[in-house]
Design a protein. Structure first.
Length: 462
């Protein structure tokens, strides 16, 4: 009797489990596609055009019409689909500290014919700005210089990335703070310190002594570079505006001197890394331009001549130069050059441009405008595009002198560095600053002032 009851119970349990399994199978068949994974480099979306988002569903899909795909907030992108995987390539830089949602409506499974909505989201990084503050008071009551980082998006107090008695300048990679520390005579040493463990910088093994300057970094590749005016360790060879580069993954801590195609060291007037490429452009004292692929280790390649090198269009490897023939855009990825006509800017007979940043291939520009009749205390910052011209910054009667302007990596914000120039420099032999230096962060689209930060040498410019 008990055996028959057990068999009936066992059979019923098997039937119930079979029905449940069948129900689950039918449920899976009737269920539409879902998002299996999403891959996107959020930092890349605000620093490099062409960054991709890859959405992989758990089922193969029928062909997706671009009208089914919506990105909010809206931004320009292109769409491809292969084997059910949807790839969105962002054709413009995205905004900082913003939550983006990608929605694919009526995504139909190619195997079941069932439709569903696919949705994924990601958040871009906050707007963080680093500056150099000279003459801060340490916890021990002594004066020190500091590299501080401020989250402009979220507010709050700045954090100290590095401190030392005399910091001439600094630059940031993703993992390191690179610094040039200066003695009272202006002679420098260059070193690196981990961002994760703030502490004294480890000096690089530089076979030279002298004045160090023009420190810059490519955050993604971990490269830093700097210029030396001085004497080689052999005591015989003079170094004149000699460019050195260092890969922070190199455990020898020995930077390499950049030479031209003939092996002769380049003497540079200005230089800059092409963002996120591991390459740089150097302009020599005779106005020649060279492309140097540091990571590839190939010889410097001459790419032309220009009177001025204005850096890169934000988010691209497109260099901007100017000379007698006007402005030129040079695309490092394709090796092609084309003429650029900047948006017109109205100037008086006594006004002239002291600094220009080009924001896009259409010629949108931001320029510092000085007036020969007014002096250094009346330099404004002007914006010009196809729609006209407007003022982004005017010191008015504040007594502030403009030191530098710099556009954020995504072209969304402008950093304006000012100081009380009439009070004189701060006493540093190389790269002197102005007393009470301040950096103002401005929203380029609206002209609104986001925040005023203590210090100068904005990280965007380094």
């Amino acid at each position: 009797m008990g055996g028959r009851r057990f068999r009936r119970t066992f059979i019923l349990a098997v039937i119930v489990l079979a029905l449940l399994a069948a129900g689950l199978a039918v449920g899976n068949i009737l269920q539409g596609p879902r998002v299996a994974s999403t891959a996107v480099n959020a930092i890349g979306t605000v620093e490099q055009q062409g960054t991709r988002l890859v959405l992989t569903p758990n089922q193969r899909l029928r062909e997706i019409d671009p009208a089914q795909v919506v990105l909010e907030p809206a931004a320009a992108y292109s769409l491809t689909e292969e084997n059910g995987t949807i790839t969105v390539t962002f054709e413009q830089l995205l905004a900082y500290d913003t939550n983006y949602t990608l929605t694919v409506t009526d995504a139909v499974s190619s195997s079941t014919g069932v439709a569903s909505t696919l949705e994924t989201e990601f958040t871009t990084p906050p707007l963080e700005v680093s500056t150099l503050v000279r003459g801060a008071i340490s916890t021990g009551g002594t004066l020190e210089d500091r590299v501080i980082e401020t989250n402009v998006s979220g507010g709050g107090e700045p954090s100290i990335l590095f401190s030392a008695p005399r910091i001439q300048e600094y630059a940031l990679t993703d993992a390191f703070v690179a610094v040039i520390e200066q003695d009272s005579a202006g002679l420098g040493t260059v070193g690196v310190a981990p961002r994760a463990e703030p502490g004294p910088a480890v000096p690089l093994n530089v076979d030279a002594t002298g004045s160090f300057s023009s420190l810059a970094a490519d955050a993604a590749s971990g490269l830093i570079g700097f210029v030396i005016d001085g004497v080689h360790a052999d005591g015989q060879t003079e170094l004149v505006r000699s460019l050195f580069v260092f890969d922070t993954s190199d455990t020898s801590f020995r930077p390499k001197q950049v030479a031209g195609p003939d092996g002769t060291p380049l003497m540079v007037s200005t230089w800059a890394f092409a963002p996120r490429t591991g390459a740089l452009i150097a302009q020599t004292l005779d106005e020649q331009l060279y492309l140097v692929n540091v990571l590839a280790g190939t010889p410097a390649e001459p790419i032309g001549q220009a009177q001025h090198f204005h850096g890169f269009v934000p988010g691209t490897a497109t260099a901007v130069t100017s000379g007698v023939g006007g402005y030129t855009l040079f695309d490092l990825s394709s090796g092609t050059a084309e003429q650029l006509t900047p948006a017109p800017m109205t100037l008086s007979e006594t006004q002239y441009l002291t600094q220009t940043s080009v924001l896009d291939p259409e010629g949108t520009q931001i320029s510092a405008v000085a007036d020969a009749a007014a002096g250094l205390a009346d330099v404004t910052v002007e914006f010009a595009d196809a729609d006209g011209q407007r003022t982004l910054f005017d010191p008015g009667d504040s007594g502030e002198w403009l030191r530098d302007i710099c556009v954020s990596p995504n072209g969304q914000y402008l950093a304006v560095e000012t100081g009380l120039g009439a009070q004189g420099p701060d006493g540093y032999a190389v790269l002197p600053g102005m007393k009470q230096s301040t950096t103002t962060v401005i929203d380029i689209a609206t002209g609104d002032e986001l925040r005023r930060l203590t210090g100068f040498l904005t990280s965007w410019c380094r």
